[in-house]
Ligand binder design. Structure first.
Ligand SMILES: [Mg+2]
Length: 405
């Protein structure tokens, strides 16, 4: 047992770009030795704050700050009810903060602590989306000009453009909900792939996110329809609760399948990995409890030829993005990293000094100890989180039925 003890655990909530971000800071009895972690569950951030502020301190104060393995088990086991998004995110914030502390205590970046880099930098993909092909082409060309080689293409919003169709009288007003048509969407996506391949040729890698809005048979049809355009992967074609449907997708085509940003629980990914029904595992790292379980998951996936593609949208904090990069740098069965580009915003750079940077389509970590990052808490407090209308948004099909968002 080391002499380095945890003295405080607290949450920092901020929204520099609108998305609510949650950071955990853990302090120790060693002057200047502290760490940061990401606990971001944007859509329901207030209960995560409660778990961190009301429970995690009581669990961890006095604990050995250099023993993250025991701390992680203690946090997961003590609540009795486990594996939900609120608890997992709170655990993640503490887990990453402790790895930051251990790295600083060892005077090593976390990637070094984990045994060193297997690649110098991390290839990432960026997002494009428009129903207007001219606009879509401009977005793609802009990223290609910056050196990116992997581009996600969406014909408008998830599940197709949000449209108002001939809903029955008495259905919710389209001002108050988001309507989409999964069948129209299935027709639009292959057309979009055909267009993009005809303009940009074969040298760009194309990705697409279904956002879990199809039935298994329709998802299989879509996977088959776009196979000829050689997508890098088709993401979240089904929801976690439709896991059995991946057998049907796998048998329908050779389109590579990516899955997992909604996963909370090992029981959700085990059948998909062990049956080799997916090609990429793309969990939201804070949603599964942090980098400790993520490293175990990556190692578990390796012999099944499943590669990592961790979730990297605007509702991951810059600390979380940096943790993704350290995982990517040290994971042999890494596939690709999603990237939202929040570090391009000067406010984000000021609030999170040291955040990961992009050069020629690759993400780079720095060589400083721990995550190599700081948080300007005073600046963070000037951009407090709020509950947005879109956090309460509702989604419906053309006949007015409520469906997954
Ligand atoms: Mg996604």
């Amino acid at each position: 047992m080391s002499d380095v003890k945890i003295t405080s655990v607290r949450a920092i909530a901020t929204a520099p770009q609108g998305s609510n971000l949650i950071i955990v800071r853990i302090d120790t009895n060693q002057p200047g030795l502290y760490g940061y972690g990401c606990a971001t569950y944007t859509q329901r951030f207030t209960p995560v704050l409660t778990v961190i502020n009301d429970y995690m301190g009581k669990l961890l104060i006095g604990h050995d700050a250099l023993n993250v393995n025991d701390a992680w088990e203690h946090m997961m086991n003590s609540s009795y009810w486990r594996n939900g998004p609120v608890l997992n995110n709170a655990i993640s914030g503490c887990d990453m903060a402790l790895w930051d502390i251990i790295g600083k205590a060892a005077n090593m970046p976390v990637w070094q602590l984990w045994g060193g880099k297997v690649r110098q930098a991390v290839p990432v993909y960026r997002h494009t989306a428009s129903t207007d092909y001219k606009e879509l082409d401009e977005q793609i060309q802009n990223f290609l000009d910056q050196g990116y080689q992997y581009i996600r293409i969406q014909a408008g919003n998830y599940g197709g453009n949000h449209i108002y169709l001939n809903t029955p009288e008495g259905s919710p007003d389209p001002k108050d909900v988001s309507y989409f048509d999964p069948l129209k969407y299935m027709r639009e996506v292959p057309d979009m792939f055909e267009h993009v391949r005809s303009v940009f040729g074969n040298d760009v890698e194309l990705l697409h996110d279904v956002h879990e809005r199809l039935t298994p048979v329709n998802a299989a049809f879509l996977a088959k329809s776009i196979e000829q355009y050689r997508p890098f992967f088709l993401e979240d074609a089904l929801a976690p609760e439709q896991g059995y449907g991946f057998k049907q997708l796998r048998e329908a085509s050779t389109t590579p399948l990516a899955m997992g940003e909604l996963f909370n629980n090992p029981m959700e990914w085990m059948p998909l990995v062990e049956n080799r029904w997916i090609d990429f595992i793309r969990c939201h790292i804070s949603q599964i409890g942090g980098v400790t379980p993520a490293r175990k998951l990556a190692a578990y996936c390796a012999p099944f030829d499943v590669r990592t593609a961790w979730h990297g949208p605007g509702d991951v904090s810059p600390i979380g993005h940096m943790a993704n990069v350290h995982l990517d740098l040290t994971t042999v069965n890494f596939g690709i990293q999603e990237w939202c580009g929040m570090e391009e915003d000067p406010l984000v750079q000021d609030m999170f000094p040291g955040c990961a940077r992009i050069k020629d389509g690759f993400a780079w970590a720095n060589d400083k100890p721990g995550w190599g990052m700081e948080v300007d808490e005073e600046l963070a407090r000037k951009h407090p989180p709020v509950i947005h209308e879109y956090d309460l948004w509702k989604f419906r099909t053309p006949d007015g039925t409520s469906v997954k968002g």
